[in-house]
Design a protein. Structure first.
Length: 612
């Protein structure tokens, strides 16, 4: 048994507890994992919106190139250049200022005095566009590729000339080299937002706080190289300027461009924010933040928060340097709540599983224990029954042989021997009856023949049959029976078997005080019933076994220690028979020592009238 319990403990309970411990430990990381999952999901969303915004800008750049190409169809550039600003703004609402630059570096359009916008534009860009000055620019390197070397054979000759003119005026070639070096040397700058998701490894954390977009010191002609179109961004007086430019391959001496109206461009980018999945709309707000982390477009109008601390954010790209697509949680506490709910649910499931394993193991051990006890009791039962059969058989054989061989001539002795033979035979048949009845009850085959029966009369008959045997063995035997009959509905033989079993036990378990009493009384509380008590002054039932003595094969006084033979079935049968009659058999200790076994059976007043 101990071995089984140990195996169960090592193979089931201990691993289950270890697994439960590991599971509970991993629960502590649930919030972090959930946050991580969310941040990956939302980062993907922010990246997608940023890509969408960037591709919209690329489309507008193509749109611009197409419009300029159309404007040039059938017109010579000089016809267009002078009024390019006006014509472009009429055709393309995104343009705030249109410009045209000639190969010689002169600004052909706009005229500074035309509008306030053109005056500012010319003040800011005349030097830069005519390649007389370099400026800090952000440019889309993927669209154009790095600037071509100045004397690239394949480069467009006019463009080359323009560049050569430019650089020949700045004689020292080292200057030129420096300029190219600067072009490549992009210094990282701090991002204007700091996303809350700082759970990344420290090196990435650092990378996260720096912008991937860096400005380069370059001149306009350098940026153009041999390309036909492109875009660039600049900060002038801390204000973002976005410029698109285009030149027709067959007339590279004219460059046409536009400075974008930022407010109109933002309007055009808004649909990119609105493409949010409906399920995500309930959880997050997407914002397009400008370079000072101010929201210029929102997916949820009226939403307010600390704009510099988004949940996740992505930079849009070189066209809109330091602009970010940022995601904010509409209900930041929701994440903690979901993590807590998940933790509680998983915790409850783990606790339930551990409980189930614990209860299951306990049930297995208890059942195993019960089976082992039963197996041991059955083995004891077989040896007890064999012994019980052998003892009376030996006496019967011995005394019947003496009588048969005529070796006993004394009539008193002969009677005594015959008495012993009768008693032993009765004991034998009692034992066999008990065993057979028990087997029948176990198989569910026991049949009772219920009929009206006077318990008073039955008790009188049974005790009188038993009395000679008891008295012969030195017992003082009292019977207190009422005068009137007490009718019960029962099986006479079965009830007689209960009485004999109780009497036989009283005899067996009596020690030196050989006193047995039998009492029969009628009780009425709550319903009328009869109460039959068999009392002795014997060993009594050891404490703690008062109920166990009614279990099959259980013996409180085992044969080895007490020397008293028994099968452990007498009381089991007595209780089963009593219950089959709607009654009960119970034990209670007697004051001043001994036992009291009570058989209670319901009275049958109707039967009484019938029998009367
Ligand atoms: P057994 O054949 O062992 O007597 P029973 O089912 O009749 O089997 O009784 C079960 C156990 O109850 C006995 O082994 C004994 O320990 C205890 N017992 C029964 N009757 C008495 C009694 N009158 N006095 C003391 N112990 C008793």
């Amino acid at each position: 048994m101990k071995k089984v319990a140990l195996v169960l403990l090592l193979a089931v309970v201990a691993p289950s507890l270890a697994l439960a411990w590991l599971a509970i430990r991993s629960l502590r990381d649930q919030e972090y994992l959930l946050q991580r999952q969310q941040s990956l999901l939302y980062q993907g969303v922010a990246d997608a919106v940023a890509t969408e915004a960037q591709s919209l800008l690329n489309n507008y750049e193509r749109e611009f190139a197409g419009i300029v190409a159309q404007m040039l169809v059938g017109h010579s550039p000089p016809e267009i250049t002078a009024s390019f600003d006006e014509q472009l703004r009429q055709r393309w609402p995104l343009a705030q200022v249109g410009f045209a630059v000639s190969i010689t570096g002169s600004i052909l359009s706009p005229l500074p005095q035309a509008r306030p916008d053109t005056r500012i534009f010319c003040a800011n860009y005349t030097q830069f566009l005519s390649c007389r000055e370099s400026a800090e620019v952000y440019w889309n390197s993927t669209a154009n590729g790095p600037p071509e070397p100045i004397n690239n054979e394949s480069a467009d000759t006019t463009s080359q000339k323009w560049l050569q003119n430019k650089y020949s005026s700045q004689t020292p070639s080292s200057e030129n080299e420096n300029s190219l070096k600067n072009f490549k040397n992009r210094a990282p700058s701090l991002r204007s937002v700091s996303p809350q998701q700082q759970s990344l490894p420290s090196s990435k954390e650092q990378a996260q706080s720096f912008s991937k977009i860096a400005a380069s010191e370059a001149e306009f002609c350098q940026l153009m190289g041999t390309g036909t179109d492109g875009m660039l961004a600049r900060f002038v007086d801390n204000k973002l300027n976005v410029l698109f430019w285009y030149r027709r391959p067959d007339m590279p001496q004219y460059v046409f461009g536009a400075q974008l109206s930022i407010s109109r461009m933002v309007e055009k980018l808004k649909p990119a924010l609105e493409k949010l999945d409906p399920s995500l709309r309930e959880d997050v707000c997407v914002a397009l933040l400008d370079d000072s982390a101010r929201p210029v477009a929102l997916s949820h109008l009226g939403f307010r928060t600390a704009w510099k601390r988004p949940f996740v954010a992505t930079e849009v790209g070189e066209t809109l340097p330091h602009w970010e697509v940022a995601l904010y949680l509409l209900d930041p506490a929701k994440l903690t709540r979901s993590a807590r709910t998940l933790k509680l649910t998983l915790g409850a499931v783990i606790a339930l599983l551990v409980l189930a394993i614990g209860v299951g193991s306990w049930l297995v051990v208890t059942d195993l224990n019960r089976q082992l006890t039963l197996a041991r009791q059955k083995t004891d039962f077989v040896s007890n029954v064999s012994h019980e059969l052998k003892t009376p058989l030996t006496s019967i054989r011995m005394f019947s042989e003496l009588l048969a061989e005529g070796r006993v001539s004394d009539p008193v002795k002969q009677r005594s021997y015959l008495g012993i033979i009768t008693a032993e035979t009765a004991r034998l048949s009692r034992l066999i009856n008990n065993v057979l009845d028990f087997a029948r009850i176990e198989r569910g085959e026991k049949k009772y023949h219920f009929q009206t029966c006077d318990l008073n009369n039955l008790l009188r008959e049974t005790t009188e049959t038993y009395r000679p045997h008891l008295e012969a063995n030195g017992f003082q035997f009292d019977c207190e029976l009422p005068e009137s009959p007490l009718a019960v509905n029962g099986d006479r033989d079965a009830l007689a078997q209960v009485i004999v079993n109780l009497l036989s036990n009283a005899e067996k378990y009596s020690d030196s005080r050989k006193e047995i009493s039998v009492r029969l009384e009628q009780q009425t509380n709550p319903l009328p019933y009869v109460e039959l008590k068999v009392l002795d002054r014997g060993l009594g039932v050891p404490e703690g076994t008062e109920e166990k003595i009614f279990e099959q094969f259980y013996r409180a006084h085992d044969s080895l220690s007490s020397g008293i033979q028994g099968s452990g079935l007498g009381l089991t049968l007595a209780r089963q028979i009593a219950r089959a009659h709607g009654g009960e058999v119970a034990y209670e200790p007697r004051e001043s020592g001994g036992s009291c076994f009570t058989l209670r059976l319901p009275l049958c007043p109707a039967c009484e009238k019938k029998s009367a």
